[in-house]
Design a protein around this ligand. Structure first.
Ligand SMILES: [Zn+2]
Length: 129
């Protein structure tokens, strides 16, 4: 389980209620205000009266794009969206190129994985500038 520090951003994945519900439990970013073994206190910086006390185990390390877990870390949220974006870019490639080509989501460079240099740079990192 991730440890949380004051100032960390935690994504509240919201409530799945719909209709005329007042929206208090809409998905939103919260900031860690204090941490103890029993509770992480989270506050909405844009709505300071909105404060939640949650057990640390309620904050997940993996975001799946829905309401379970109810809270996820910044890294989990971003990993999910990074992967979705990569998948989107992969899908946008012509069918003939999908198998061997991947595109960096940071710089847009396309790597041909059948080329050793490209494959190494894709796996071990490259300079996006
Ligand atoms: Zn790049």
């Amino acid at each position: 389980m991730a440890t949380h520090e004051i100032g960390d951003k935690i994504y509240y994945t919201g409530d799945n209620r719909t209709g005329d519900y007042d929206g208090m439990n809409r998905a939103r970013w919260l900031t860690v205000e204090s941490v103890s073994p029993d509770a992480v206190v989270l506050r909405d910086a844009d709505d300071p009266d909105y404060v939640l006390h949650v057990v640390p185990s309620a904050i997940g390390d993996t975001y799946r794009g829905h309401h379970d877990p109810r809270y996820v870390t910044w890294d989990a949220y971003n990993a999910y969206h990074r992967e979705r974006y990569r998948a989107h870019l992969r899908d946008a490639l012509p069918e003939s190129e999908k198998a061997s080509r991947v595109r960096c989501s940071e710089c847009g460079r396309v790597f041909d994985l059948t080329n050793e240099n490209d494959a190494n740079e894709w796996s071990f990192g490259h300079d996006c500038e």
